[in-house]
Ligand binder design. Structure first.
Ligand code: LLP
Length: 457
């Protein structure tokens, strides 16, 4: 006889997991259910936050971000014999408050545009810990990076030549070189970056020509190599394979007289969006990366380079929940019930872009029995604006607060104003205090860049 496993029948029982590694939790680490049967995050009642700040609302738990940062930092210290630096891939969510938290944890930062760089500088990052990435950096961005003396991760020939020109007669600029390692991993097509057919990084066949070129450029101070193989990865093998590939190239660089001070193996560790997701912990991931690089260096007879890792999603993803107010519903007999919320693809474009799965719960009914299956629809004029298909929820009424967890990574940062809907506010919660870190956009904000030519006035 096959035993059937019945999933727990309340949101509290189903989603409040006891995970040690933040990326293995479904809710922020401080999440609990209070005496009013409301979801609480960072000591704040989510239903009260919704009333105070309005919805849709991003609620970010400081403890979860700091715990993830500390776990990364400590894991690399424990498992690696050389120097290490964890840098936050701020494309996951770049804003002053998050940058300031990450900087205060001693991490560095990966930025990919003038905007992200400007924010990181204002947030007070040590310049030596800022790395500028990007496959098509503008001349202005390169100049800005040079002025701020941050490290530039060079992606292609045209950028390398521009940098060589820009640095003629100047003090040297620190660069790393991004290579496409040719490593496949199981993740969504759009977020694979390490395979050969990728827009990012130098083709491996060009590696020696790149080293040769750099070795004749006194203005370019080569620090080492970078690769990033993809995102939301649950397997450890691709990162285990990456170590020897990268160290092999470091050896080649040495033959061209280049120093091999740093090796950046990118980010990519996945997080748990649903109960069936099973990512390795931060510590396990770091251990595999460290062992693989250490073994490869021993093999090649190289000293251990400073090992840089670049997590984004696994630092902030689980730390945030988005709160919405439930509005109207529509039942299509025999097919489904749509439950609409006051946000959608403009604050969370991941379901429509990657068919990403999320879970949801009713923040004011955490211990009520889950007894309906509904489709959570956003409010945008687009049939595909569905946040969750077949969400299992307690019975709802208009005005209830719906919470979708795991919205810290690539939600705010990929948000839009589609349908001229203002971006939500974001609050940082900790110890029962809530601080506004992003103000809700207003109608004036939406019109700030509009100009009316004279003949239309
Ligand atoms: N380093 C580089 C060079 C990257 O391109 C990325 C992510 C990271 C680090 C951080 O990867 P993570 O640890 O977050 O997996 N918008 C997509 C994800 C795109 C990832 C882009 N690059 C999503 O919402 O799933």
């Amino acid at each position: 006889m096959v035993a059937t496993i019945t999933p727990p029948q309340t949101a509290a029982a189903r989603y409040l997991l006891d995970a040690q590694s933040p990326n293995q939790s479904l809710l922020p680490l401080t999440a609990k259910v209070n005496s009013q049967d409301h979801l609480e995050v960072g000591g704040c009642d989510v239903v009260e936050l919704a009333a105070r700040f309005g919805t849709s609302l991003y609620i970010l738990d400081e403890t979860t971000v700091r715990t993830a940062a500390a776990q990364y930092r400590d894991a690399f210290k424990t498992h690696y014999g050389g120097e290490s630096l964890v840098i936050y891939a701020s494309k996951a969510w770049n804003c002053l408050a998050i940058c300031a938290i990450v900087a205060s944890e001693g991490l560095g930062i990966d930025v990919v545009s003038a905007g992200e760089l400007h924010t990181a500088v204002l947030a007070g990052f040590d310049k030596g810990k800022i790395y500028l990435h990007g496959n098509n950096k503008s001349l202005e961005e390169l100049k800005m990076a040079i002025e701020h003396q941050v490290t530039i991760v060079v992606d292609n020939w045209s950028e390398l030549r521009s940098l060589a020109d820009l640095t003629q007669g100047r003090d040297s600029v620190q660069i790393m070189v991004r290579l496409t390692p040719g490593i496949e991993c199981h993740t969504h097509e759009y977020i694979k970056t390490g395979r050969i057919d990728s827009k990012f990084g130098f083709d491996p066949n060009d590696t020696e020509k790149v080293f040769e070129f750099i070795s004749h450029q006194p203005g370019l101070k080569f620090l080492g190599l970078h690769a990033h193989i993809g995102s939301q990865i649950f397997e450890l093998k691709p990162h285990e394979d990456l170590g020897p590939v990268m160290v092999g190239w470091l050896s080649k660089a040495k033959q061209y007289g280049l120093s091999i001070a740093q090796l950046d193996i990118g980010g990519g560790l996945g997080i748990r969006y649903t109960e069936s997701d099973d990512p390795p912990s931060i510590d396990e991931w770091a251990r595999v990366v460290c062992q693989s690089v250490t073994a490869a260096c021993e093999q090649e007879g190289l000293p251990l380079p400073k090992l840089i890792s670049e997590p984004g999603r696994s630092l902030v993803g689980t730390a945030c929940v988005t709160a919405y107010t439930i509005g109207g519903h529509k039942t299509v007999p025999g097919i489904r019930t749509y439950l609409s919320v006051d946000g959608g693809m403009s604050d969370n474009p991941r379901p429509i872009t990657y068919q990403s799965l999320y879970r949801a719960m009713v923040a004011n009914k955490m211990s009520a029995p889950i007894d309906q299956t509904v489709t959570i629809a956003g409010k945008h004029c687009e049939s595909g604006d569905v946040l969750i298909k077949d969400a299992e929820l307690a019975a709802t009424e208009p005005g209830d607060i719906l919470v979708i967890p795991d919205t810290g990574a690539y939600n705010y940062s990929m948000s839009s104003n589609y349908n001229r809907i203002a971006r939500p506010a974001a609050v940082l919660v900790n110890g029962g205090q809530a601080h506004l870190i992003l103000v809700r956009e207003t109608l004036e904000d939406l019109l700030r860049h509009d100009r009316l030519p004279d003949h239309l006035v």
